[in-house]
Design a protein. Structure first.
Length: 211
């Protein structure tokens, strides 16, 4: 419950976070690098590597699937070619559905693993911590995206959509994994791969800036 509350507080503070990023750009770049480094370490050292010992190749398949699904989703909805369709109501609704499902998976990863007795992870809080770090950057991007292209009201409604999805994902996760606790480790691997798409995007943008 703690990570869920922190996630919702962080979501509510998104507009202020974006203002801080705009005002302190150099410091924000350093902070972004630290966040990405922390996410990478948590995912590789404490999720993927540890689950390889138990599930072997299945861990890599789950992580790879998460990376592909979320990378393709972000590229489809936020790439320059997709922005041409932003005036379409159907595209807007489809985008909200994607963000809702995205936030549901985040919410599902925020459950108290030790309390719910799911999974066999020896570092049960690393996934929740990585989700919070990921959302800090992702939500700032989402707010600015809708604020600039639509309006402040639309941006607030999008954050509300994300909040509802997060809550629903959290509740659903407790119900599902309490009956299938052994599958939480594979879900962790899937989410680990999904969070690595942020690392991939960050690295790609950094290389493009160097060029």
């Amino acid at each position: 419950m703690l990570y869920l509350i922190l996630s919702l507080i962080q979501l509510a503070l998104t507009p202020l976070i974006v203002l801080g990023i705009a005002r302190y750009q150099r410091l924000s770049q350093v902070f972004a690098f630290i966040l990405v480094a922390a996410i990478t370490y948590n995912i590789l050292a404490h999720i993927i590597i540890e689950h390889l010992e138990t599930f072997g190749i299945t861990t890599l398949i789950s992580a790879g699937l998460g990376l592909i699904v979320f990378s393709y989703g972000d590229h489809f909805f936020f790439a320059h070619t997709a922005k041409k369709s932003q005036s379409s109501k159907f595209f807007f609704v489809l985008l909200q559905l994607f963000l809702f499902l995205h936030s549901m998976t985040d919410g599902a990863a925020l459950i108290d693993v030790a309390r719910e007795h799911v999974g066999g992870h020896i570092h049960p809080e690393k996934l929740s911590q990585s989700v919070l770090l990921h959302r800090l950057m992702f939500e700032a991007f989402i707010w600015k995206y809708f604020y600039d292209r639509y309006s402040p009201r639309v941006a607030l409604l999008v954050l509300l959509n994300i909040a509802i999805g997060t809550l629903l994902g959290f509740v659903t996760s407790q119900a599902v994994f309490s009956h299938m606790p052994g599958y939480f480790d594979l879900f962790e691997a899937f989410m680990g791969g999904a969070l690595l798409h942020l690392v991939y995007d960050y690295g790609k943008e950094s290389i493009q800036k160097l060029r």
